[in-house]
Ligand binder design. Structure first.
Ligand code: RNT
Ligand code: ZN
Length: 421
């Protein structure tokens, strides 16, 4: 198996640095920027979004397939698995949590969990210098009546979930305050109908009213950033999704809230790459859920692709870092779950670094002068600049595996830890 040779990596980096300098790119500056841009890892890949509640057999509105052994069964295991994944990625990390991962002293209803029920996550985040993001889990619960939450026809159902939504914001704000870095709280609900509704407007009015109540409580932006995640359709709700993109974008622009764009949530010929510049002119906070849909919102593990690179380039070209936060969202239970995290983190990291190294000003210059031939020709050549030499150097500097050695470590972790579960 491959093992990296530090000296040759440093030499290759020095040579890559010269190549990039010839195109006007400062590789050291790109590396510095990389180290400061966080990627938020979704904790739910570690246990197939099961969480720690004991609700018996409830239907989930998230479709996770596979039964690879070794899923985390509690907070200790999940945190250990995430630490393992982080040790194999050179990114700056945050962690994205769901309310089903509360660890209360005694069993507590989903909509009554409080900041202290996340004490172990918060202390762990502090020790590991991680920011934390949050979500109320509007799924897999007896109060999801016929798959509806905030837009249910039943007032008691809406009230139950409004309380969960308010609680999640309180938790996220407390986390952001304690960690000293804002926590992004995302609202995604699966509410919708399999067949053609008789009254679309009614559900959307209910959702609007529920959101109005959830957002009544005010928190400082340096503690809490609110976003809402729309979706085109889901399995079982093919005809109608209450929380559509238009709904949330309009709500966001009017009420000063942010949106979350999940790359799996649009029609397959649409791309989030093109949506960021549009939305960012009217919405201050945008969270990305980077996912890989295969034919539908299948949440496959993130891999390197034109779409992923395009997303990161869009952030760089528009200088959208800070306004647009990077988060991952996928789940695959057919492969080693820690490996799934590492594959996605490294793919995101490589795409981010490639974007930061892009000689953007040359492309922009060609475009501004109407020389579209050069714009296309240059962008093709730039795909083959020595970004992997910079990546290798970054990994050496961060003390994480440069290449396939990371897989050996995951295999060892599987034998030593996961297989014993
Ligand atoms: C579902 C949304 C949502 C979830 C998580 C678990 O389609 O993408 O973000 O994946 O909340
Ligand atoms: Zn998502």
């Amino acid at each position: 198996m491959y093992t990296s040779d530090k000296d040759s990596i440093v030499k290759s980096y020095e040579s890559a640095k010269k190549t990039y300098a010839a195109f006007g790119v400062d590789t050291d500056a790109a590396l510095k920027a990389f180290r400061e841009i966080p990627v938020s890892l979704h904790n739910w890949q570690g246990d197939d979004i099961k969480g720690f509640e004991d609700l018996g057999d409830v239907q989930s509105q998230n479709v996770v397939t596979g039964n690879y052994p070794g899923a985390a069964r509690n907070g200790e295991e999940l945190r250990a698995d995430i630490e393992k994944a982080f040790s194999l990625s050179p990114c700056k990390h945050r962690v994205n949590l769901h309310s089903v991962y509360a660890e209360p002293q005694k069993p507590t209803p989903r909509n009554e969990v409080a900041p202290e029920d996340f004490r172990k996550w918060i202390d762990w985040a502090k020790q590991n210098d991680l920011g934390l993001d949050f979500n109320a889990s509007f799924f897999a619960h007896p109060m999801m009546v016929e798959g509806f939450s905030l837009s249910s026809r039943r007032k008691d159902v809406r009230d139950y979930w409004i309380k969960a939504g308010k609680g999640a914001r309180e938790i996220a704000a407390a986390i952001g305050k304690e960690l000293g870095v804002s926590s992004w709280n995302d609202i995604w609900i699966p509410d919708g109908l399999k067949d053609i509704p008789a009254n679309r407007l009614l559900y959307r009015e209910y959702l609007k009213d529920s959101l109005d109540r959830i957002f009544e409580d005010k928190y400082p932006h340096e503690h809490l950033i609110d976003v809402m995640e729309g979706k085109l359709f889901g399995i079982g709700v093919e005809s109608f999704t209450v929380g559509s993109h238009e709904f949330y974008l309009a709500y966001a622009a009017k009420n000063g809230v942010g949106v979350c764009m999940d790359t799996g949530h649009y029609h397959p010929t649409e791309s989030v790459v093109d949506k960021l510049s549009a939305a960012s002119l009217f919405v201050d906070d945008i969270l990305l859920h980077i996912s890989r849909g295969v034919r539908w919102d299948s949440d496959h593990v993130l891999i390197q692709s034109d779409e992923l690179t395009g997303l990161m380039q869009e952030l760089k070209r528009g200088n959208l870092f800070g306004k647009v936060a990077i988060g991952l969202d996928y789940f695959d239970a057919t492969i080693n779950r820690v490996a799934a995290w590492v594959i996605g983190l490294r793919a995101a990291g490589k795409a981010l670094l490639t974007a930061l190294l892009e000689p953007t000003s040359l492309l922009e210059k060609a475009e501004a002068s109407g020389d579209f031939t050069s714009r296309l020709a240059l962008s093709e050549e730039f795909k083959n600049l020595p970004q992997s030499a910079v990546w290798d150097y970054l990994c050496v500097e961060k003390g994480v595996p440069v290449s396939t050695e990371w897989l050996d470590e995951v295999k060892k972790y599987e034998t030593d830890v996961l297989d014993l579960r």
